[in-house]
Write a protein that binds this ligand. Structure first.
Ligand code: FE2
Ligand code: FE2
Length: 206
């Protein structure tokens, strides 16, 4: 009642009759338990179609696998003396890891739980730069197909938020397919010429 008395004192100062100005604070009391329950009941996110969720969850695994594959290629190139290519491939591996995080976090933002799927080990060894970069290029093409399928699913489910999200990855895929294809073309031209291969290695170095 202290606050009430203070208000009535102020009201008196302004010539307002105390009884007229008295405020019944009990009537103003809000049951905060009821309020928090009603907020929780109403707060949500737009539901994500189940098939879109499953495909996105699978895509987290695909991106982690891409990370693994690029890392394996980097190790292989390092072991045969192409340090520049190894560095380029390691940087690509990190980008794949960031993609995995991004898809993972998007699923969480949409109110779903991510189920981490075991990833397969990459091919053990790539014996030539051409073998490694052709493998990288094929991998990028298959990842693009995954995102195209994902976008089709999201479109058919009316999930425009996911369509918008996937557009970023489709743009990335165009760039990554192009970069790996360009390196494959250079390696084709270099053939088995050590000088030409070392020049490509220097060019790709970090
Ligand atoms: Fe990726
Ligand atoms: Fe990629």
């Amino acid at each position: 009642m202290k606050d009430n008395r203070d208000l009535n004192e102020i009201a008196g100062n302004f010539g307002i009759n105390e009884s007229e100005s008295e405020i019944d604070t009990d009537e103003c009391e809000i049951d905060t338990d009821d309020l928090s329950e009603s907020i929780i009941e109403e707060a949500s996110t737009t539901p994500m179609p189940d098939d879109v969720f499953k495909a996105l969850n699978e895509q987290v695994k695909n991106e982690f696998e891409a990370f693994y594959a690029y890392y394996g290629m980097a190790n292989s190139m390092d072991s045969i003396g192409f340090k520049g290519m190894a560095c380029w491939l390691r940087k690509s591996a990190k980008e794949e890891l960031n993609h995995a995080y991004k898809v993972n976090d998007y699923i969480l933002e949409r109110g779903k739980d991510v189920k981490l799927i075991p990833i397969q080990p990459s091919k053990e060894k790539w014996n030539t730069p051409k073998a490694a970069f052709e493998s990288a290029n094929k991998h990028e093409i298959s990842v693009t197909a995954n995102y195209n399928n994902l976008k089709k699913l999201a479109e058919s489910g009316g999930d425009h938020q996911t369509c918008e999200f996937i557009n970023f990855f489709l743009r990335e895929q165009t760039e990554e397919e192009d970069k790996t294809f360009e390196i494959c073309q250079k390696l084709d031209k270099a053939g088995n010429d050590p000088a030409a291969l070392l020049q490509i290695d220097n060019h790709l170095g970090c």
